[in-house]
Design a protein around this ligand. Structure first.
Ligand code: ADP
Ligand code: TZD
Ligand code: MG
Length: 580
């Protein structure tokens, strides 16, 4: 006993740390306070110790949902969202979200434990053996592996920088099981950590690029601005608003840019979209790509005679990625830099006295808007039995108007398209949805992250099919008692509930159990479940959910004939095109 005492003293002199601790310390040092995770070998203790050390560890039922949560946390906060998974199958489950983050330009880090390198590389059949780094690489903006505890600091610093700088994206960080248990002198270990200085450095646009863009804009007869989710991400809200208001140019927000300025703003041209796109002569893209969502900047949408033809517009594109310009059509004035710096530079270049667009252009847009808004108001005023998308979403529209700080999560086909066009948003970064790929399954992961990262009320409008992809996370929402109100637009299936198997043997591929009660799933975990068959019931249930801030799921019974195949993108559906 007596001889043990000096030993304790000497081990106290050289305090030991380990891989687990260095990962946690490196994350904390860089201001990361939340991990979206699913525990198991070899990262169980990492989740425990992270929690014990004050990090918030949100534990999910499926890694894909943890991953989507991390990706959208990145979008909302500009800090990389962290998803933590086990090896092989857990890693693969998380990979979908990593690819989603890269595709959508969201900063995220997927950290996965992995198996014994020596055994994996010789394919000797280790527990959960998989060459994860090689698999992640093509789907990630960057991918790294750390083999030694004293490289953890560099590994995490590089992952953060890669995720946040330039065009943000998903980063993979491979941490083999052996790394976690490696011990290292605590003082030495601490010195290996890096606090990343300026993870997303400003990128100032070249003055001549700014001049070129300003010239084009000044001489436009029918200018249009398109705001994309890059503009929402950039958090340059005041300058973007000033730029739009000072130039007087009408603008269109892409889905996740809705609310950057209130959708009710007089310059918002959303209600005249199919008029302004073909008619505009100069189009300025701010953080939006000319991908399929904008018909690649050409074809009939843009007033051209056929699908591959140019509509005649000149384009200005503000983007942080120098490779983005000319990806589909010629960009006459690329402005490369971060949106905050670019918009500020343009504001300065244009000065106070920038000329307003010609009145006939603005009047023509306003005429179209009034006609379309009146038409929509008429449709929204109807109250058919059973409810259709319009009568249900008219309620959601009022609720969001009364609660403009709430975050709206949205996925589905008709449930997505109708919500996007009917429900106005009033503040930046309040609408999060299926993104660039039109993914089903982001719903509940987004709800968890939005509630945790912003502390705001979350309202999810979910197609019944869409909800099914992540529905089990209702348990997660209840477990953490998050202020999430889910509205399942239940039309008995994918697009509609009316299809039949022509042979009469099985249900059609697009239909589900008729009259399903999704609200019961919420009740199973102690949340509130409500079945709503009328707008009044839906309204009451949503108001109560917001008042109580309790997890709530409302099964909104929607006419099963109300939807259309593929929602608004029927033209992309090969079989539907053939039918015509
Ligand atoms: P949307 O789907 O809303 O049209 P996209 O995802 O297609 O938007 O486009 C977003 C664009 O914004 C990407 O090209 C990306 O490079 C760009 N971007 C993201 N963050 C910034 C930023 N801070 N500054 C400049 N451009 C950015
Ligand atoms: N799988 C994934 C991951 N993403 C997808 N987009 C699809 C499948 C295909 N898909 C759509 O594009 S929308 C949709 C599917 C399955 C569901 C539409 O049904 P819903 O919405 O119930 O969610 P509506 O309101 O009935 O149209
Ligand atoms: Mg449906």
């Amino acid at each position: 006993m007596g001889s043990a005492e000096p030993q304790v003293a000497s081990s106290a002199a050289t305090q030991l740390s380990d891989g687990f601790q260095l990962v946690i310390d490196a994350l904390k040092l860089n201001g990361i306070d939340t991990i979206y995770a699913l525990p198991g070998i070899p990262i169980t203790d990492l989740t425990r110790r992270a929690q014990a050390d004050g990090l918030r560890v949100l534990s999910f039922r499926h890694e894909q949902n943890a991953g989507y949560a991390a990706s959208i946390a990145g979008f909302l906060t500009q800090k990389p969202g962290i998803c933590l998974t086990v090896s092989a199958p857990g890693f693969l489950n998380g990979l979908n979200a990593l690819a989603h983050a890269t595709t959508n330009c969201f900063p995220m880090i997927l950290i996965s434990g992995s198996s014994e390198r020596e055994i994996v590389d010789l394919q000797q059949g280790d527990y959960e053996e998989l060459d994860q780094l090689a698999i992640a690489r093509p789907l990630a903006k960057a991918a790294y592996r750390v083999l030694h505890a004293d490289d953890i600091g560099v590994g995490i610093a590089r992952a953060i920088r890669a995720a946040c700088s330039g065009r943000p994206g998903g980063v993979y960080l491979d941490l083999p099981a052996k790394l976690f248990a490696q011990s290292i002198d605590a003082e030495l270990g601490k010195k290996t950590l890096i606090k990343v200085v300026d993870p997303a450095p400003k990128q100032i646009p070249a003055p001549e690029a700014v001049k070129r863009a300003a010239e084009l804009l000044k001489n436009a007869k029918k200018p249009l601005i398109i705001l994309g989710k890059g503009a929402a991400y950039a958090q340059a809200d005041a300058d973007i608003r000033a730029f739009i208001e000072r130039t007087g140019i009408p603008y269109l927000p892409m889905s996740m840019a809705k609310g950057l300025l209130p959708d009710t703003h007089e310059q918002c041209a959303s209600a005249a979209r199919s008029f302004v796109l073909p008619a505009a002569d100069v189009v300025m893209l701010i953080g939006a790509r000319l991908n399929w969502l904008l018909s690649h900047g050409k074809g009939k949408t843009w007033g051209a005679k056929s699908a591959k033809d140019w509509g005649g517009q000149k384009f200005i594109q503000i983007d942080i990625s120098p490779q983005e310009a000319d990806s589909n059509v010629r960009i006459d004035a690329p402005v490369v830099g971060d949106i905050g710096s670019c918009v500020a530079a343009l504001l300065k270049e244009l000065g106070a006295g920038s000329p307003k667009p010609p009145a006939d252009w603005l009047n023509a847009i306003n005429d179209k808007k009034s006609t379309n808004v009146a038409k929509m108001a008429e449709t929204l005023a109807k109250s058919p039995t059973p409810m259709n998308f319009h009568s249900a979403l008219n309620v959601v529209r009022d609720i969001i108007k009364a609660n403009p700080d709430a975050i709206l999560v949205n996925e589905g086909a008709n449930a997505l398209d109708f919500t996007r066009s009917i429900v106005d948003m009033y503040k930046p970064r309040k609408r999060i949805d299926v993104g660039t790929w039109g993914i089903m399954g982001v719903g509940m992961g987004y709800c968890v992250a939005a509630a945790v990262a912003t502390k705001q009320q979350v309202i999810a409008v979910e197609g019944d099919s869409a909800f099914g992809f992540s529905g089990m996370e209702v348990e997660t929402i209840c477990r953490y008692n998050l202020p999430v109100c889910i509205v399942v637009m239940n039309n008995n299936g994918v697009y509609k509930g009316t299809d039949k198997d022509p042979t009469g043997r099985d249900p059609a591929p697009t239909v589900f159990v008729k009259g399903a009660r999704y609200d019961k799933i919420m009740e199973a975990f102690g949340g509130f479940g409500i079945n709503a068959s009328t707008p009044a019931e839906l309204r009451k249930a949503m108001e109560e959910a917001i008042r109580s801030r309790k997890p709530t799921l409302i099964n909104a019974v929607i006419d099963e004939t109300a939807g259309t195949e593929s929602g608004r993108i029927t033209s992309l559906n090969p079989s539907a095109a053939k039918k015509k």
